[in-house]
Design a binder for this molecule. Sequence first.
Ligand SMILES: Nc1ncnc2c1ncn2[C@@H]1O[C@H](COP(=O)(O)OP(=O)(O)OP(=O)(O)O)[C@@H](O)[C@H]1O
Length: 461
Amino acid sequence: MNEQTPREIVKELDKYIVGQIQAKRAVAVALRNRWRSKRLPESMKEDIIPKNILMIGSTGVGKTEIARRLAKLVKAPFVKVEATKFTEVGYVGRDVESMVRDLAEVAVRMLKKERMAAVDDKAQELAEVRILDYFVPDQTTKNKNPLAQLFNKETADAQPDPQQEEKPKYQAGRDWCKKRLAAGDMEKEIIEIDVEDTAPMVGMFAGSGIEDMGSNIQDMLGSILPKKKKTRKVTVENARKVFIQEEAQKLIDMDEITTDAIQMAENSGIIFLDEIDKVAGRGNSSGPDVSREGVQRDILPIVEGSTVVTKYGPLKTDHVLFIAAGAFHTTKPSDLIPELQGRFPIRVELTALSKDDFKRILTEPANALLKQYAALLETEGLTIEFTAEAIDELADIACKVNEQTENIGARRLHTILEKLLEDLAFDAPELEEKHIEIDVDYVQSKLGHIVVDQDLSHFIL
Ligand SMILES: Nc1ncnc2c1ncn2[C@@H]1O[C@H](COP(=O)(O)OP(=O)(O)OP(=O)(O)O)[C@@H](O)[C@H]1O
């Protein structure tokens, strides 16, 4: 369980997200509340309803980013789903539970990765032995049944094993091979290995229209049917990768992982429900409104706390943190059905981003956009540097284009930078110049004509 205080969490989030202090505080408190409720006596715990968050703000102002960063920070399994997905034809009334199954999937994958990393050293060692065995088989254990080995062990002290005499010869070969492998001299040599033959049934269920079914059945059958093997010729380098994977797989306990993962999803999982404003609406009218209310009614039990069957076992959603988000341009939170409103009592408004915010987003966060582009070009030996005036100009352009066309928030910075650096990205490998300063003139020369032409802006920026 995460021990960080709200203040510490906000401080961490500050490293990545500019402004939006209310939203950051809200998610930090929600997280801390889970920690607090765990410390209460059982009788009281039951009566405390976990409080979920509703984020209100236009597109591209950092709603998803805050939730995603939070999850990463506290190593919580995280899924993002669009509420509108469930209004599509044929979706109403079914499968809102898929978001919980996805959460289970993410949790299992996370834990598996973590546990595999923990046994990586051992797996590498074992993989190396398997490669060595391919070239110079270990003759001390080969072709002996365990009983014979046991017997030999007991009598070994009294009578020396006749094979002992031969040992040095092949052992010398093994040592030599080991050295060459360690030195990386054999990486390109071809060896034959057995690999699992996967994906025989994918086609069978394709186009069934029921997205999860095919893979579920395949998973089920996959664990019952024996795995087909086929022999492949690969380089030592690639064989090692396969062996490490296989050995790590043998070293971890998948049953334990699934049990722990379900528990982790239940206690710290975060589900981000985007575009909730698009399913707001009630009433008896026909058409989309009915399905909107339908979707809300489907979502409700999951948010209220229910048990969803996943392929890893039942998952209780009582303590999963739900963060709903939407722009609410044409609807209001009060257009949601009352039960759902009650489940999202924490409301935070995210502010529209100003020119100043854009400047900060470009430069301040860890791995800020300008740093990303500079690092990418640096791999070609090209360093770029933005003058303060150029950064100001870029932020200004982002604001203007957002006003003129559609306000897509900080996402505008991505499209603008992409256009700005388009030519440099193409030419970088051949450029004579190794350092380029990007000043206002450069920005103007690349973007000026597009910004003044609204039609062009619509298409290019
Ligand atoms: N306040 C911010 N600070 C830093 N980066 C931001 C901020 N707001 C947005 N961004 C960047 O803009 C991009 C889009 O942001 P995000 O995905 O959070 O949008 P959103 O508000 O969730 O919108 P939508 O509801 O359309 O998904 C991300 O790459 C994010 O890094």
